[in-house]
Every structure is written in structure tokens, then in C-alpha cells.
Design a protein around this ligand. Structure first.
Ligand SMILES: [Zn+2]
Length: 291
């Protein structure tokens, strides 16, 4: 069992930081390919997604590098095993790396023991192939057990699987604490509409809305948060997927958005590791001032 712990005072980012933009690159390529009833992968969907590791991830690396932006790459264990050269380039470029399940499983549909096996398998893949001890984790489809498993069995410093907040908070249990850093699809470069009467969804790649629509959504979120950041601590998650945002027209949305946001004073593009370090430093300072 675990519980949330919120500090008494609101968080303060370091001097000069008005809006941290926390960059998540989901490097998952074809891991979530849809399956036919006989469990065979749909070849069309497979190849569409496979673009992520073949081309998309490289294009995203180039754009981030062009702007000097370092973020977090959330990488599936199986993707690392199939395309280790991408993860090596990501690491060499100075980005943070976090685990993103093994084959992008929907953990919410799996028993607790299976989820734990898959988490361990992913952690081992990063240690063996990349020499990387994971400090962070995201399951796009978390289960009711995800947070318990993280606290009980792993020493991650942060988790980013939950969609329920604008600011980080602590989850506490099993004698330790982890910082939860929420994300959501509203600031996803993939933002698309699934047809006129359907709900807006992030991941229907072939029913994509126009790049203009995605850019408008990002700018609106940025403008609202930047204004609020003058008075209160805020953060903006910015999410991209290699197989969607790595396509040329979507990659340009990311490029254009970074160019736009960079013009504003106090905007810092950052990783979850950096954000967690800021949060912890502020938390300690507030505790000391109370003591
Ligand atoms: Zn994902």
C-alpha cells in the first residue's frame, strides 16, 4: 500500500525558471502493433510504427540537438534490444533515459506477477546493453499495481505513469518515496482527432489531424502555463512518439514549437531527472526552514 504526500508549501523552481518544459520522447517504435484475432501482428500497422526506430527517432534527435534541448527518452526494453544504436546515440547526446515497459504492454490488463517480470526484464536489458541503471519509469497503461511494484521492488527516483496532476508529488510506501511526475496527451505532438464525432485521441496515427492543429494545441497550453508561471510553480509536459512525431510534418511541429517557446524568458526545456532534482532540493530547503 502507498499514499500520496504533498508538501505544505508549493514548490519553487530555481531562480530564473518560470516554466520548465519536461520533454518525453517515447522510443517504442512497433512495440504496440495491433494484432489480428490469431495474435499475428497487422503488417500495415507494424510497418507504420517501425518507422519510429528506423527514421523517426533519428530525426527527433537531430531537432533536439539543433535547439540544444536535452529531455528524457522513455525506451521499451524490446526496442533497445532491436535497435541498440538509437539508444546509444541518445545516451551519447546527453539525454536522460527511463524505462517504458518491455513491449509497451497494457499493464492494466495483466496480473501483478507478470507486470513485475516484465519490469525486471526491462531493467536488466538497460543494464546489460547500455550499462544504464534506470532512475525513472513510465507505463502508458498503468495497472492498479504499478505504483506498489515500483515502491516495493525498484529504486527508481521518479515515475511518470499517472495522468492526474499539474505538478509532481510524492508517493510513499514500503519504507521509501518516489516522485510522481504526471503527463498527459494534451501536450502531445501527436494530438489527433479520430474522426468528426469521435473523441480527440493522441495515437490514431493514420487519422491524424493537421500539423497546425497540433501546434495550436501546444501553443495554447504553453501560453496558459507561461502566464500562470509568473505567480505559481507550473510545469509543462511535452510528449513525442518516435513513430508519429518523427514523421517530417509532425517533426516540424516540434521544431516550430521549440522555436516559439524558446523566445520567452524563464522557459527551460528539461528532463525528468533534472526536474526531480530541483523538486527534491526545494523540498529539503522548505523542510529545513520549518525545522
Ligand atoms: Zn508509450
Amino acid at each position: 500500500m502507498w499514499k500520496e504526500k504533498h508538501p505544505n508549501q508549493s514548490v519553487r523552481w530555481p531562480q530564473g525558471v518560470r516554466l520548465p518544459i519536461v520533454v518525453s520522447v517515447h522510443h517504442q517504435s512497433e512495440e504496440m502493433t495491433s494484432l489480428f484475432p490469431d495474435r499475428q501482428p497487422d503488417p500495415f500497422d507494424y510497418s507504420e510504427r517501425q518507422y519510429g526506430a528506423r527514421r523517426g527517432a533519428w530525426r527527433l534527435l537531430e531537432i533536439l540537438d539543433k535547439h540544444g534541448v536535452r529531455g528524457t527518452w522513455l525506451i521499451c526494453g524490446a526496442t533497445l534490444e532491436k535497435y541498440p544504436e538509437v539508444s546509444r546515440a541518445v545516451k551519447k547526446a546527453g539525454h536522460s533515459i527511463a524505462g517504458h515497459t518491455y513491449e509497451h504492454e497494457m499493464m492494466c490488463n495483466l496480473p501483478r506477477e507478470t507486470e513485475l517480470v516484465l519490469m525486471n526484464k526491462t531493467v536488466s536489458a538497460f543494464e546489460d546493453l547500455l550499462g544504464e541503471r534506470l532512475r525513472g519509469w513510465r507505463t502508458c497503461f498503468a495497472s492498479h499495481n504499478t505504483i506498489d511494484l515500483i515502491l516495493e521492488h525498484f529504486d527508481f527516483e521518479w515515475d511518470g505513469s499517472i495522468w492526474n496532476d499539474d505538478l509532481p508529488y510524492i508517493v510513499e510506501g514500503y519504507g521509501r518515496e518516489v516522485l510522481e511526475i504526471s503527463f498527459h496527451a494534451y501536450s502531445d505532438v501527436a494530438l489527433v482527432a479520430l474522426g468528426a464525432e469521435g473523441p480527440v485521441s493522441a495515437y490514431g496515427t493514420w487519422q491524424s489531424n493537421t500539423p497546425d492543429f497540433a501546434l495550436r494545441g501546444l501553443k495554447s497550453m504553453f501560453d496558459a502555463l507561461y502566464e500562470r508561471g509568473a505567480e505559481k510553480a507550473v510545469m509543462m509536459p511535452l510528449t513525442v512518439h518516435d513513430f508519429i512525431a518523427g514523421r517530417p510534418s509532425r517533426a516540424k511541429v516540434l521544431d516550430d514549437f521549440i522555436s516559439y517557446a524558446k523566445q520567452f524568458e524563464g522557459v527551460v526545456f528539461t528532463s525528468h531527472d533534472q526536474l526531480a532534482a530541483w523538486w527534491q532540493a526545494d523540498h529539503r530547503a522548505q523542510n529545513e526552514s520549518v525545522a
